[in-house]
Design a protein around this ligand. Sequence first.
Ligand code: ZN
Length: 402
Amino acid sequence: MKIVIVIEDGASDYPIEEIDGKTPLKVANKPVLDRIAREGKTGLIQNVPESLPPGSDVANMSIFGYDPLDYYTGRGPLEAASMGVETKEGDVVFRCNTITERDGLMASSNAGHISSEEAAELMEALNDYFNDKYPDFKGKFYPGVSYRHLFVYNDSENAEKLAELDMVPPHDFVGETIADKLEFDSFADEVKSIMLESQEALANHPVNQKRIEEGKEPCNMVWFWGQGTMPDMPKMEDVYGLKGAVITGVDLIKGLGVCSGCTNLDVPGATAFFDTNYKGKGEYAVNALKDNDIVFVHIESPDEAGHAKNLEEKVKGIENIDKFILAPLMDALEEYGDFKIAVLPDHPTPIDIGTHTRDMVPIAIYSSKDEADDVLVYDEDSVKDGALGELIGCDLLKLLLE
Ligand SMILES: [Zn+2]
């Protein structure tokens, strides 16, 4: 049997006045998804446990068949996995933002969207600075994309405590005082002083002098957050007996692919934005069916449209997924005969709110061997009458294997 899970990130929504109280899923032209609902079974699914934030990392971990309450340790470790960063016992992986500090305030949480090339130079300068000054320095900076980097710190004694430290995401306090967000217990003294001392290491760096001359924000400090120890996830093949492939433009989801032992397939032009290569993703997904039992296709664009409060792009994203991904996938799956396909968002990203919520999301599952329920279209309300009822995210794979 072939299994496909298509994740329309952030696609579900709340009623929007502009479209007479309807939602993007209700107004989008999506004949294939409606067919999956009409000829399959539908319901609601909760991908975010109550005690965790409704992030894409948590929600998608559920969809991959792992209970986030058992396995979620933070976004830093998942990004490290996707970047191929090697870690060892006692390592804590922090997300490391290049930021702009001004007058003690968080002036920019991304240092004016600094380029990857500039940031890579600064990460190297930080490694040099700390290793020269402290011969036993226990940390290492890893350059990533734009303002998104990693810092791995080894402290076997305090790793678990550091992983639990309440570090505020920098985008959550732009314009506010930095010192207020650095009031930690003494076990975190060294991590705190590395952040503060990064200012000295970066202040006069040529990259920053040039940025200031050009009227851009300098990266004059780094900010750590999203940290955790590496998750100890068993391979999907061992737990579910499934050989898997993952198609996504998002590092976090690639990290889930690595941690679950699936193969990440890089699609040219998969930008994780409105302009992503929908057609390429559809083609790669169809191809991936040949060598895999399960294929995850994750599309970020509806979520980005939700964050941007852009109704038109959200509808367009849902329609493009239908036309360029779901349609070719259904055709290909029918050739295989025995198959199941599930379509769902990870969490809602309502246009009116512009950020994630933790509501249940609609799910439709079409099985080549199973009967349909009475639901005729796919949207937030129609599926409430579906035969699947209310599901828990991390049970989805078990259900698909029944
Ligand atoms: Zn998401």
